[in-house]
Write a protein that binds this ligand. Sequence first.
Ligand SMILES: [Zn+2]
Length: 379
Amino acid sequence: MNTKRLTDNEIFDLAIRKEELGERFHDKHSLNLKDFRDYKQSHQFFLDGYRVKSNQLLKPFPKIIYNYINKVTFNAHAFKYKEYYIIAIHLAVWAIITDLFHRMLAHKEILKGIGNPNKESSATSIGDYYDDVADLLINTPLDKFSLKFPKDTTRQHYAYHLSGLAMDFIFEHELAHILFGHVDYLSNCLSMNCISEFQSSEILYQNQFNLQTLEMNADTMGLASCISRAINAIKDNSLVNFNYRIFYKDKYQVFSDLAFAVFNTLRVFGDGDYKETRIGKSTHPNPGVRQVILLSFLEQIMQSQQTIKIEHEKLHELLIKIMVESENAYKLITGKEHNRYVYTPEYFANHPLTSRLPINWKENIRNKLMNYTFVPLPT
Ligand SMILES: [Zn+2]
């Protein structure tokens, strides 16, 4: 009998082959991609940290293997393979997110309050942003893949900072799919083995509305982890990489940075468009709904925490401002039209998902996850 223990990489390879997700992005290709390796390693540290502090969980902390797939499409997956839980993110997620924030900071009209924007240019948007970046990825050896760097050093650091926040949010979102029992529930009850962040609309499962509710849970719990990390960094700047400490001096800026990073991330996952998401017709709520839910969730968390003192009116105004600013920035770079209507109270109040998702969570999904979750479920 072969008793050789497989390495995590070998298990990851078998897992993504079984789900037909493509090839692993091999470590040898990332030798020159220092920031990519840094994000990956910091997320590994997050996992180690959660594992160490996991004695209060409902079940022992699961075996989780986290790695990247060498693909130029924008997607991320969470699923189970044998006794392992897999988080598999496409390389293009890192490439596009990092590229997007660097282009934004290299543009003099975007985030004018950061560093010296007058050193930057005012380039016009790219015709077809996503195809353009995908082409670049396909046709350029990765060690030659170069970002459009902001000229001002503070703005350069800020681009990395925002990319890091976005990558953290994506990682925490996938982790939430595992820890809150979504992966086990969907595989045991609906024979759905893999949660993917971007599903072709032709793939229609019967339980779309429940899937949307799970996505809301992964979004809010992913954001909650990012918020608690941000609060710790505000209390103790030394937890943060030296280059980024300057961005933790003002506590209001910390949350507006987080919101800016997350709003743009959701826009990219929505393929840049506000597709109308009807109940039962898509696996994810549309980006506008996700953004507004996260905005009010962020405010709720800040109101219930006692750790740092916040003027809630001031935070609210800032978050609304940053929502508009992130839309403008996104449009300037990608050329994608923005739709401010999704931020009006009428849209939000009338959108059937915004009220029905939380109700479906309370009355239906929460009970279903009870047997599967590793962590206490929010009410
Ligand atoms: Zn998800």
